[in-house]
Design a protein around this ligand. Structure first.
Ligand SMILES: C[S@@+](CC[C@H](N)C(=O)[O-])C[C@H]1O[C@@H](n2cnc3c(N)ncnc32)[C@H](O)[C@@H]1O
Length: 544
């Protein structure tokens, strides 16, 4: 059964006209049966549309259903006669099911956090949009009539989303001025109040930066019974909306779409900022990606050697948190597996590999494993290293060789094995862990082999960084200062901590977390112009 509604949308007007035409045709003997059948078909099609859309749309929540029922069963004429509302408000004012769910989905899709509604009535649209907002989202609803705020509030209070809504009663324009003065900005604005003021609301919002860049304005009933395009339109609302649509469609600041046919007609305008700004990559972000997005590593394959503990573990977590798949490589099988499990628990795609990077076979197996599992390597984090202390005159060749085999020869072998894959694909990021010891001679401990090997890592990085950059492979290194890892808590080193602290302007040792952003930056596209660089993170120690 088709329920009569006051025709508002073009489809509803068509239904009304076709119904009349069919009645006239039915009572006439001269109208051909074929014309009557066509009229009936056209009526079925237009009349069935709104019902069908409603059936195909997600059901409303309990509080929305209650609000709808309470609104349509209320005697609004009496409310007006009693002087509670300035104007006679027809119950058809309400947005209703399909429009409400559409608004809710628009809020979700645009990831809006702050929404402004102009014209709340009994709050159906407000509560629908609030349901689409995140927990910390908020919606400001402007409504002329305090009576309507009191009407809606008890149902807002029943909904878990009602607390996101703040109702401002009084003239919407006054509220807009108040919001602009407070520097408020919204991700989405829904205009659904007095039609003759649409243009004023729109202009005020756009001229006073109430809408965020890429924010969306939705306008209800922008086709107004088709009067915006019918030539014989004489009523003030139709003419006002025609002028409004004309103005917005030629406003270069926004991109616009009209959603029609729908039970309601909504137009959407996205603020593109055109005309006001220098529309370049600084403004828009490189390839439209703002800076933090450009540091994301989604879809990238990374490995970290020495990732079973300390700096390597922190690097593995950081790369994974930024979106990369991470192979956790360590000499110690248990440690590699434990860190890989940690990553998996955080939802990071991880793999553990046991390898001694001072052995060429192990290095090649490590890279082959990763390529066979994930298809390639984009980010190679060559971090494994060892440090032994001895007075130089007593340093054995074994100590020297062992240190160099891991720190320099091992790093070179990793760079070469990963580099071959990267050069082939024309893209790669290699990040070696060097040390502040490449710049200064840390003291009082004696660590000739370590210092020299790490200076070698810097030169290796510089050389590869310049040799491979034109084939898409960037090689950089990070030089940490003294990092608070299990290594320095050994019996022999612990007494030196106080001495070191007096050499560090920052007044503390580095934490592994101090290094995490650097590895993500060097692994990301944001650092593409950086190569052969030694990024020193030592709390200022090398400057004293
Ligand atoms: C079409 S109804 C809004 C329907 C509502 N968005 C919903 O979701 O059901 C229009 C509302 O705008 C309010 N209104 C009209 N003129 C206004 C003004 N100048 N300032 C604030 N509200 C106004 C009316 O009181 C009415 O409640």
């Amino acid at each position: 059964m088709y329920l009569y509604v006051i025709p508002d949308t073009p489809v509803e007007v068509i239904v009304e006209l076709l119904t009349k035409a069919r009645e006239i045709a039915a009572s006439s003997d001269t109208v051909p049966e074929e014309l009557k059948a066509h009229l009936q078909k056209a009526l079925d099609i237009s009349r069935g549309l709104d019902d069908y859309l409603a059936k195909m749309t997600t059901q409303e929540s309990e509080p929305l259903a209650e609000l709808y029922k309470k609104t349509v069963s209320h005697d609004w004429d009496q409310v007006h006669r009693d002087g509670h509302t300035m104007f006679r408000l027809p119950k058809e004012c309400i947005t209703g099911h399909v429009e409400g769910q559409t608004l809710k989905m628009l809020v979700r899709m645009s990831q809006a956090k702050k929404v402004l509604e102009i014209g709340m009535f009994t709050g159906y649209g407000a509560l629908s949009m609030a349901e689409g907002l995140p927990e910390d989202g908020c919606l400001v609803a402007c409504e002329l009539e305090p009576y309507l705020k009191d009407f809606a509030q008890p149902i807002f209070d029943k909904s878990p989303h009602g607390k996101k809504i703040t109702v401002k009663t009084g003239s919407a324009m006054d509220t807009l001025k108040e919001l602009a003065a407070a520097g408020e900005q919204f991700d989405m604005v829904f205009i659904d109040a007095d039609k003759t003021n649409y243009i004023n609301y729109y202009k005020f919002i756009m001229d006073n930066n109430l809408l965020k860049l890429r924010g969306v304005i939705c306008v209800d009933n922008s086709l107004f019974k088709a009067k915006v395009y019918l030539k014989d339109t004489a009523d003030s609302n139709g003419l006002a909306l025609r002028e409004f649509n004309q103005f917005v469609s030629s406003d270069p600041r926004v991109e616009q779409v009209s959603l029609n046919p729908l039970h309601f007609n909504v137009s959407l305008y996205m603020y593109s900022g055109f005309g006001k700004i220098t529309d370049d990559e600084v403004f828009r972000g490189v390839q439209g990606r703002p800076i933090l997005d450009r540091m994301r590593l989604d879809g990238k394959v990374a490995y970290v050697t020495g990732a079973g503990q300390g700096i390597g573990r922190a690097f593995a977590h950081a790369l994974g948190e930024a979106g990369a798949k991470v192979a956790v490589v360590d000499l110690d099988k248990n440690k590699a597996e434990t860190v890989a499990e940690e990553l998996s628990l955080k939802g990071i795609n991880a793999l553990s590999i046991t390898a001694d990077i001072s052995k060429s076979d192990d290095v090649q197996r490590m890279v082959d494993n990763i390529v066979s599992k994930w298809g390639t390597v984009h980010i190679a984090c060559n971090n494994a290293g060892i440090n032994m202390n001895s007075a130089s005159e007593e340093t054995s060749l074994e100590e020297w060789d062992q240190t160099f085999n891991v720190n320099l020869r091992g790093t070179f072998m990793c760079c070469q094995a990963a580099g071959r894959v990267m050069l082939k694909q024309g893209y790669g990021k290699i990040i070696n862990t060097a040390s502040m010891a490449s710049l200064i001679v840390p003291h009082p401990q004696n660590q000739l082999s370590y210092n020299t090997s790490k200076a070698g890592v810097v030169k290796l990085t510089q050389t590869l960084g310049t040799e491979w950059i034109d084939r898409g492979v960037r090689v950089n290194c990070i030089s940490p200062g003294i990092v608070d890892t299990p290594l320095i808590h050994s019996e022999s080193l612990r007494p030196l901590v106080q001495r070191w602290l007096s050499d560090i302007p920052a007044g503390r040792l580095a934490q592994v977390t101090d290094l995490q952003a650097a590895v993500v930056y060097l692994a990301s596209d944001a650092s593409d112009y950086m190569t052969g660089h030694n990024l020193v993170i030592e709390g200022g120690q090398s400057l004293w």
